[in-house]
Write a protein that binds this ligand. Structure first.
Ligand code: PLP
Length: 398
């Protein structure tokens, strides 16, 4: 199989698995107990905290372990909102955030908070001037992602952080897609809170971290045994945490060469497909995008059908839109970059990872063209002759 869906999740690296194994076997202790087995777990966890902190230029005391990116986003956004609500109830975010951020903001709107969703324009990037205009005396939090999970665009986080700092507004960044993939330093980027997830950087699923800058206070949203500074209570996931730390260490040492490798594969795949197929386009900014991210759009066909046919050839990719049982919902990200409904259903996301090879890229370039051609020949909305294609607002009802 050729796996090109690393933005959804990545395989666990061999070294990560090996680092975790002892903690699933003999060293199974509870890190909150005081006999030697528990202390061993505690030591492993505190060493892990150092590795995660180091990758993003933080102090170990500024890291709490969580169950993943979703929990980190919730703890950060709700934690700041409830802590600072007496100062104001306005939050600023972007229109292309991950559901873990958007849905948290929508939940807060139901509790009386006001949320501004900044536009991103055709290139998929927010304008700092829009942010500045959106700030009011009531603004308590800015939450904007570093790199987008669908179109891979990278936001001007350092400038956004600068604006937040000038106005003394807390700044949270969902960096789940960027940490370990491109350089991330919480001080250079002026970030107060930052979310990470292990399974997007070759670590295990179900573990992540939240960076919380010193002296930043959060209202807890979960209650329990008080672990992780009372913010992420529950028995610590030591095997997961140890694996996560190993993944961070490897990501740090390999960062530069991995960026170069994935950028080369990405550009080869983009150029190969765009040159081979008429009316094919790249969604999102060409330059300011993650090294491994590709998001194509093919006029006249639906993303889901390409995914299924690629799957038949042993190639795993994904689409920006998710077809729920009855209706096809267009991706909010593709809508935000201005695509019409039909266009936003014709996207193909291929996200590359370290185990992908140049030969695999060649294979994928070769396989996509005939699939697109075949699907277009069956498409009711593709009219090659007048090279116009009609949005007949085709609905997904399978
Ligand atoms: C995957 C992802 C999340 C959620 O992380 P989980 O660990 O799966 O909960 C949040 N934000 C972004 C940008 C992501 O890509």
């Amino acid at each position: 199989m050729i796996y090109m869906d690393h933005s959804a999740t990545s395989p666990v690296r061999k070294e990560v698995y090996e680092a975790m194994e002892p903690y699933l076997k003999e060293s199974f202790g509870n890190a909150s107990t005081f006999y030697s087995l528990g202390r061993e777990a505690k030591v492993a966890m505190e060493n892990a905290r150092k590795s995660v902190a180091k990758l993003i230029g933080a102090y170990p005391e500024e890291i709490i372990f969580t169950s993943g990116g979703t929990e980190s986003d919730n703890i950060a956004i709700q934690g700041i909102a409830y802590k600072l609500q007496s100062k104001g109830k306005h939050i600023i975010t972007s229109s292309i955030e991950h559901p873990a951020v958007i849905e948290t903001c929508k939940g807060l709107e139901k509790k009386g908070f006001k949320v501004t969703y900044l536009p991103v324009y055709e290139n998929g990037i927010v304008k700092v001037s829009d942010l500045e205009k959106a700030i009011t005396d009531e603004t308590i939090l800015i939450t904007i992602m570093h790199a987008n999970n669908e179109i891979g665009t990278i936001q001007p986080i350092a400038e956004i952080g600068e604006v937040a700092k000038e106005h003394k507004i807390k700044f949270h960044c969902d960096a789940v897609q960027s940490v370990g993939k491109i350089p991330v330093d919480v001080n250079e980027l002026n970030i107060d809170l930052l979310s990470i997830s292990a399974h997007k950087l070759y670590g295990p699923k179900g573990v992540g971290a939240l960076y919380i800058r010193k002296r930043t206070r959060l209202e807890p949203i979960l209650y329990g045994g008080g672990q992780e500074n009372n913010l992420s209570p529950g028995t610590e996931n030591i095997p997961g945490i140890v694996g996560f730390a190993k993944a961070c260490q490897i990501a740090e040492t390999e960062l530069e060469s991995n960026v170069a490798y994935l950028t080369r594969l990405r550009d080869k795949l983009i150029n190969g497909v765009l040159n081979n197929i008429e009316k094919s386009y790249l969604n999102g900014d060409r330059e300011k995008r993650l090294p491994g991210n590709i998001n194509f759009r093919f006029t006249g066909i639906e993303g889901e059908s390409i995914i299924l046919m690629l799957d038949g050839k042993g190639i795993a990719g994904s689409t920006g839109s998710a077809c729920s049982s009855k209706k096809l919902t267009a991706s909010h990200v593709l809508k935000a970059i201005g695509l019409e409904d039909a266009d936003s259903h014709g996207s193909l996301r291929l996200t590359l990872g370290l185990e992908n090879t140049e030969e695999e890229v060649d294979t994928v370039i070769k396989e996509i063209a005939p699939i697109v051609e075949r699907l277009r020949s069956m498409s009711p909305i593709w009219n090659k002759d007048d090279s116009l294609w009609k949005d007949n607002t085709k609905k997904c009802d399978f």
